[in-house]
Design a protein around this ligand. Sequence first.
Ligand code: ZN
Length: 101
Amino acid sequence: MTNDEQPPGDAVSPEGGGTSDELSCEEAARNVFEYLDGELPPDRSEKVHRHVEMCRRCYPYFNFERAFLDYVHDRGMRPARSAELEERLNRLLKDLEEREP
Ligand SMILES: [Zn+2]
């Protein structure tokens, strides 16, 4: 175990410092399960959708998640937020942070 505890309020740095209307990659990634599951409120869902459409970094990841959920729904299973998916998400978030200019 290393000594790298994160503070609870893990600061999100807004990308481009633009309007607060746009989601950051991190926010979009955090909402990916709810978005694909149709559990987000419409306005939030819209923002996630817009971000993914524009963001080349997020797009492949969302595509993967969508394919996974399609597969799950196809088999009549309830998509469980498995530990494996959570781990993938965490890895993506780390990856995004490392690629920040
Ligand atoms: Zn993004």
